[in-house]
Design a protein around this ligand. Sequence first.
Ligand SMILES: [Zn+2]
Ligand SMILES: [Zn+2]
Length: 287
Amino acid sequence: MPFPLVDSHIHSVHSCDARSTVDEICQKAIDLGLAYICFTDHLDLDPRDEGYNYFDPESYFRDIETARERFGDQLLIGAGIEVCYQSSREEEIVTWLDRWPFDFVLGSVHIVDHGNDWVMVPDRRSMAAWSRTRTMREAYLPYFEELQRAADTGLFDAIAHLDLVKRYGALFYGPFDAAAFAEEIDAVLEAAIATGTAIEVNTSGLFNPAHEPFPQLGILRRYRELGGRVITIGSDSHDYGQLGRGLDVAMEYARAAGFDEIACFWKRQPQFCPLPMGETALSEVAS
Ligand SMILES: [Zn+2]
Ligand SMILES: [Zn+2]
């Protein structure tokens, strides 16, 4: 299979937990033969989050503009954002999305919030503490409920890493059993379909204790069965060396779930690229 040509989930130095500059990532994307990339740096609105107040939109858009001038003839560069959704912060999120011209908005649940008893889902220590006092069902349920609220808002272009709880949850509760949350996952998928929110296939799960993409293939199949048609793919890279990682697997997943195209977003609109993606289709993304 040829190397996949798009990556729609990338962190740069504009995220507190990532290392590579926008320029370094663009150069690497060109070296890899990617045709479209989308930066999706973190927007963290909770003061308890280590990324709180880190994202500086002016400097971010300045870097994107400079990169477009420099690399624009070889690479389509999307300016996206990964919003850490909390139902208590919807107003703030709306303000951000109204104010800045993002091409693509990923909705993520990273924090499950019960006041003092909160948990950072993508964090091993936090999940370890969580798991000591809860069954798997008790631990995962609030995550899926919050994710459904995120999908219900219609604020996001795509739901990121749908079954993220398994990232470190797999260490404490074993492999993720989607059947145990069938009803809750259906509710997320139905909300996404009703609000026109895409589902992301995120390959970072392949390289952490989950050992498989987010979401599981069965969930992607279920999304399609329920009528879902819009998927994006992304590496969730935090270093340019991780760019495009595992996207061949994401494309296999997409095909196995019955999809024959994937979406890349530009100015918040999905542009569909057939699988396997060709440069002809991608050249239309910017038009
Ligand atoms: Zn995330
Ligand atoms: Zn991310």
